[in-house]
Design a protein around this ligand. Structure first.
Ligand code: FAD
Ligand code: NAI
Length: 475
């Protein structure tokens, strides 16, 4: 007889592993199936995020920022060093070490919480007497397990560009981009989305000439456009990225070098590079899941269809994270995972998409939460705004990173904060205060009346809140 679980989670990314842990904490007999194989050829938990996404990219970003600081910023502090040398293999080894530590940590958390970890590909087979049969395939071995509830958290993979094949030698997806062991002289990137900007920044700081080709005429279309414009200026002028918007890729040839033919305003151009990263978005993983066989509804773009509660069209089958609608972000996946486990337990949790923070880890960083000015205008919501700059902030000047802006948008009538947009040093951390404010339905006056430590970067948020009421003290 097949083993029975209360909850089986398919996928051990930040959506799935968190859902499994929370389900186990709530007393459910839980298993989590995952098929990811790490760089060392062994099963690795943590999904895209830990293995080939959030965590390794941030490790490389830090390494490249350190080299950049050593080469460009230390002299200003009176610190003089000879010519720096750089070992890309060591940087990649450090990144791999961080990945192994964290993916191994999930195995430990599974043991601690008594989550049964099953390696293999999970697919839905049938529902009999209210129990779901799930097949776990590992090589030639096929095992059948049974679950009352199934949480699908199979994540996403890079969206392919039909014109070119990813070989992860010359033409790279996120995995290849995170594993280059030498700095390419010329690097091309297709897509100025989050991966393109983060990976482009890494290799630019390490010495590549980086050209990014973007299809859209607008840069960072999802971000507030005042902040996006500032980001475009600093990323092109200061970081030195060449960003070409409004491009149409016509042809890509992969030989000794990679040649990209593209058009801008019907004029043809060619870009020749040593490596090319393709980062044009991601596609949900539903192949081999048995979706068609069991009648699991999937939309025209391949996302599993869910309602606000992450329920699919099938009884007791839930879906979360990148494989469903909404932002493809690790923290969104995890929040949905917690919420679904709690719903199975009969609780009434709530996930508010309006308070999901976004962060782009360029330098300076970009972060936001809530509505942009463009969204508020489109929705006809009257708002007032306050902005403040890092230029005169003592802590930012001390850090040597006095660049950027914080903008707060608040409702004209009620003063409730509707959106907070930031570009500047460590705004990935500063945005948390804004998330709390939005989640607690705070007014700009609430933020303005809170004491912020001095000297700290958070004083810029404070000043922006004061500026909403036109009473900035340093502006
Ligand atoms: P995933 O993390 O994709 O995990 C799904 C898991 O399920 C995988 O292990 C997969 O192999 C497995 N799986 C798939 N099908 C099956 C099956 N049938 N059976 C068994 N297992 C299966 N987000 C952020 O919030 N912050 C960041 O800084 C950030 N940086 C990123 C950088 C890069 C380069 C990339 C590519 C992504 C980044 N993301 C970031 C996005 C983030 O990685 C995803 O939003 C997040 O991983 C989604 O989590 P998930 O659990 O839905 O899916
Ligand atoms: P993305 O959706 O952020 O950006 C893709 C970009 O490629 C878009 O600007 C799009 O207009 C462009 N594009 C699409 N087709 C194109 C074409 N044919 N030619 C030129 N440009 C084209 O996707 P990306 O960067 O691949 O990242 C995937 C997801 O991973 C993101 O949506 C994000 O949610 C997540 N991520 C999050 C990070 C973070 O939170 N810091 C970091 C990296 C990724």
């Amino acid at each position: 007889m097949s083993q029975h679980f209360d909850v089986v989670v398919i996928g051990a990314g930040p959506g799935g592993y968190i859902a499994a842990i929370r389900a186990a904490q709530l007393g459910f007999k839980t298993a989590c199936i995952d098929d990811f194989i790490g760089k060392d050829g062994k099963p690795a938990l943590g999904g895209t995020c830990l293995n080939v996404g959030c965590i390794p990219s941030k490790a490389l970003l830090q390494s490249s920022e350190n080299l950049h600081a050593l080469e460009h910023d230390f002299a200003e502090h009176g610190i003089k060093v000879g010519k720096a040398s750089f070992d890309a293999k060591q940087m990649i080894a450090r990144k791999d070490g961080i990945v192994t530590k964290l993916t191994g940590g999930i195995g430990f958390l599974f043991k601690k919480n008594k989550v049964e970890s099953l390696h293999g590909k999970g697919s839905l087979k049938a529902q009999n007497n209210g129990k779901w049969q799930i097949e776990v395939t590992k090589g030639k071995q096929k095992d059948l397990i049974e679950a009352t509830h199934v949480i699908v958290a199979t994540g996403s993979r890079p969206r392919p560009l039909p014109l070119v094949t990813i070989d992860n030698k010359n033409v790279l997806d996120n995995e290849g981009a995170l594993n280059l062991t030498a700095v390419p002289k010329r690097l091309g990137v297709i897509g100025s989305g989050v991966i393109g900007l983060e990976m482009g920044s890494v290799w630019k700081r390490l010495g590549s000439e980086v050209t990014i080709l973007e299809a859209m005429p607008t840069f960072m279309a999802a971000a507030d456009q005042q902040i996006a414009k500032e980001a475009f200026k600093t990323l092109t002028k200061d970081t030195g990225l060449i960003i070409q918007l409004n491009t149409k890729i016509k042809e890509i040839t992969n030989g000794k070098t990679v040649k990209v033919t593209y058009e801008v305003d019907a004029k043809e151009h060619t870009l020749e590079v040593d490596k090319l990263i393709v980062a044009i978005g991601r596609t949900p993983n539903t192949e081999g899941l048995g979706a068609k066989e069991v009648g699991l509804a999937v939309d025209e773009r391949g996302f599993i269809t869910v309602n606000d509660l992450c329920q699919t069209n099938l009884p007791n089958v839930w879906a979360i994270g990148d494989v469903v609608r909404g932002p493809m972000l690790a923290h969104k996946a995890s929040e949905e995972g917690v919420a679904v486990a709690e719903r199975i337990a009969g609780q009434k949790p709530h996930v508010d998409f309006n308070s999901v923070p976004w962060v782009i880890y360029t330098s300076p960083e970009v972060a936001w939460v809530g509505k942009t000015e463009e969204q508020l205008k489109a929705e006809g919501i009257e708002y007032k705004k306050g902005t403040s700059s890092f230029a005169a902030n003592g802590r930012a000047l001390g850090l040597g990173q006095a660049q950027g802006t914080v903008k707060i948008l608040a409702c004209t009538k009620t003063d409730r904060i509707l959106g907070v947009h930031m570009i500047g040093p460590m705004v990935s951390e500063l945005i948390s205060e804004a998330v709390v404010a939005i989640e607690f339905k705070a007014s700009s006056e609430d933020l303005a009346r809170i004491i912020h430590a001095h000297p700290s970067l958070s004083e810029v948020t404070h000043e922006a809140a004061l500026a909403v009421d036109k009473r900035a003290l340093h502006g």
